[in-house]
Design a protein around this ligand. Sequence first.
Ligand SMILES: Cc1ncc(C[n+]2csc(CCOP(=O)(O)OP(=O)(O)O)c2C)c(N)n1
Ligand code: SF4
Ligand SMILES: [Mg+2]
Length: 270
Amino acid sequence: MEHPLIKYVRPGYLSTKSCSGCGNGIIAQSVLRAIDELEMDIDDFVFVSGIGCAAWIPSPFFNADVLHTTHGRPIAFATGVKLSNPKLKTMVISGDGDLFAIGGNHFIHAARRNIDLTVICANNGIYGMTGGQVAPSTPVGVKTSTTPYGNLEKPFDLSNLAKAAGAAYVARWTTYHARQLTKSIERAIQKKAFSFIEVISQCPVQFGSRTGAGDAVAMMQGYKKKSVNIKKAEKLKEDELKGKIVVGEFVDREEPELCEEMAKMRTIAG
Ligand SMILES: Cc1ncc(C[n+]2csc(CCOP(=O)(O)OP(=O)(O)O)c2C)c(N)n1
Ligand code: SF4
Ligand SMILES: [Mg+2]
């Protein structure tokens, strides 16, 4: 039987770069399923990624235009693509290190500008591809290859950072929430605005093995157990939320979009 999403995979690129059990496969499927359910043409999309394991989600597998760029710079490339041809659906897919360490400034300014990009971050809490170094999303106390006695630095809450920077749509899910994630991606694609989706995702090789979180199944069971929807979380006290992963849609607001505002300005300028 043929996989229903195989039509979106570049012919001849069936094998994946991901380790077995990696959450990146679930994210790839959710993106392609969202496009399929919306009955959109994948040729209308440009996928942009940086450097890291998550950057291999669209590249080279999605049978569309894919830019596999430099570390921390996918949003800068995507901004150029979108400004040069606003009709293109431009989606950035990259890792927590790529988007929030070296790429952090690009992220906050794109959110502030409200340029119509869909940004999906595979947040595995670590630098997966380069050997399990600490990332700005690594929880306090976690032992990584560069924090052998435990991480001392407080992590960013990526979704709250996006919200504070002005993103018009913000949602967080885990790889356990594949259906909700797909629906959120559909919402983000349809929204003409800077949209951000954080996906808490398992890296069993660099994160699970070092931290005691276990294999892929154990990590996903942990996501299931620890997740609380935002609607329920709003009624809980701070100590009741300790160790929980708050999931759901955090922001959905209407704001003027940069490309549309620029087009209006061009008309005024003649
Ligand atoms: C300018 C530059 N600095 C550092 C690197 C090395 N590097 C490549 S990927 C990466 C981090 C990847 O982490 P993340 O973005 O979280 O992706 P993951 O592998 O976890 O999916 C680093 C530090 C690089 N390629 N270029
Ligand atoms: S190192 Fe981790 S993030 Fe990278 S492919 Fe393997 S499991 Fe996935
Ligand atoms: Mg990472």
